[in-house]
Design a protein around this ligand. Structure first.
Ligand SMILES: Cc1ncc(COP(=O)(O)O)c(C=O)c1O
Length: 444
């Protein structure tokens, strides 16, 4: 396969500067374990588990086997009016891993669809209990909830939103994000400062009145804008305020779900119970698209026992590929692998090694903050004056041209290595990042 990607290529790459890419193509041609291979034969350490989705590493034999087997059993079944054994089995397994009364699962195909679905569930729930006037959804600055209209509306990434401003959902407002480098730079784990920022929600309640607010949606750890770790007590306070005002709390766990913090979900790591929880990515180790929403028992019961006739669907929502037997078979094999290889536990054990390694970058010229929790971290770099994002981009380029696949979030570099990584691999990942940061600094 050729490494060339001519400007005339038919393939339009997502979230990629396509004109630049045509001149500087980056083709990943193979992957095994914690490494990718480029089309020119170089090996790159996978420092972000793909796009946060492959904690088991690549080419896992049990997943490959489940993938190969399932088309011979059931390749597709209509998702409307019919069930299939793989979807039932996986829903049970997902619910078993979830905290508290999150015991029902609505399957979708991606994180963006999971967010859309969770928001619709929140609205449908309030309507079913006679509070249809609750239509507002509160998101958060710097939040990323995918690219659907609902997701960019509640999301807080300005660049993703500005072009589509006329399409934004009505009734959305935003909490401030909880990152303040003046107070929390170089915190290890949850910053001690900042729980009071959750009181922003009380301000929005006072502004809009609780009777108009359906739900608050947050990522427990904001991933895509560079691993913003919630201050100690912050999520608990959000939970208390939501409960006091009858507002649903949605955790978007598309990145944090399935062991990234050493527990199945971040909800357990932070000991905060959401009413709805979105997941995707690592549920299939990234091998095949699958996402879903874990739904609290009371929310589901309220919607199911609304006044729709017995022959009509209670919740008019779903995708052709909801509960796809292929995805669910792969999901089952993935959950089996996490369990049999003890990988959530392994992520928890690697976390302090990872924390120490990442924080060893403190003092490297140009590093202005380091944030981490579990097996996720970000290293914030001083921007090139007047050119936000360029430093992060140049660092990523240096990594790619050497031995590491990096992910830049603006001028921060995010890290989320596979759970199968060894301590040696973690150390050499950080060494490679140090070299890339230094080279990008030297480039000016
Ligand atoms: C928290 C969060 N929500 C939603 C999404 C969107 O997921 P997808 O790209 O599968 O639509 C992402 C993707 O990174 C995410 O991090």
């Amino acid at each position: 396969m050729s490494a060339t990607a001519p400007a005339s290529s038919a393939y339009w790459l997502p979230f990629t500067p396509n004109r630049y890419f045509a001149e500087h193509p980056k083709i990943l041609a193979g992957a095994k374990g914690a490494y990718y291979t480029t089309s020119d034969g170089r090996t790159l350490f996978d420092s972000l588990s793909g796009l946060w989705c492959s904690p088991l590493g690549h080419a896992h034999p049990a997943i490959a086997a489940a993938f190969a087997r399932q088309p011979h059993v059931l390749d597709f079944a209509p998702s409307f009016q019919f069930g299939n054994p793989q979807a039932f089995a996986l829903a049970e397994r997902v619910a078993d891993l979830a905290p508290g009364s999150l015991d029902h699962v609505f399957f979708v195909n991606s994180g963006s669809e999971a967010v859309d679905t969770a928001i619709k569930l929140a609205i449908a729930y309030h309507r079913a209990r006679g509070q249809g006037q609750r239509f507002r959804i509160i998101g958060r600055e710097r939040g990323y909830h995918g690219v659907g209209i609902a997701g960019i509306s509640v999301g807080g990434m300005v660049a993703n939103r500005k072009t589509f401003a006329p399409l934004m959902m009505n009734g959305v407002d935003h909490l401030r994000h909880p990152w303040d480098p003046a107070e929390m730079a170089f915190s290890r784990g949850q910053p001690a400062w900042g729980a009071h920022l959750a009181e922003d929600l009380e301000r929005l309640v006072a502004l809009h009145d609780a009777s108009t607010i359906a739900a608050v949606i947050v990522e427990p750890v904001q991933g895509s804008t560079g691993v913003l770790v919630p201050p100690q007590g912050y999520l608990q306070r959000l939970r208390e305020i939501c409960t006091r005002h009858g507002i649903l709390l949605i955790f978007d766990e598309v990145i944090t779900g399935y062991g990234r913090l050493g527990t199945p979900f971040a909800a357990q790591a932070f000991n905060v119970q959401p009413d709805l929880l979105t997941f995707a990515k690592a549920i299939t180790n990234g091998t095949i698209p699958l996402g879903g929403v874990l739904v609290d028992r009371n929310v589901r019961d309220t919607i199911l026992h609304s006044d729709s006739p017995a022959h009509a669907p209670e919740f008019l929502h779903g995708y052709t590929y909801s509960g796809h037997p292929m995805s669910c078979a792969v999901g089952l094999a993935t959950l089996d692998a996490y369990a049999s290889e003890g990988l959530f536990q392994r992520a928890a054990e690697l976390a302090p090694i990872f924390e120490a390694a990442v924080h060893s970058l403190r003092g490297t010229p140009g590093v202005t903050d380091i944030r981490n929790t579990g097996l996720m971290a970000a290293v914030e770099l001083a921007p090139v004056p007047g050119k936000p994002g360029l430093r992060g981009f140049t660092t990523f380029e240096h990594g790619f041209n050497n031995d590491i696949l990096l992910r830049a979030a603006g001028d921060a570099i995010s890290l989320a290595p596979p759970f199968i990584s060894t301590a040696d691999q973690i150390h050499s990942m950080v060494d490679s990042l140090r070299l890339a940061i230094t080279a990008a600094q030297a480039a000016g």
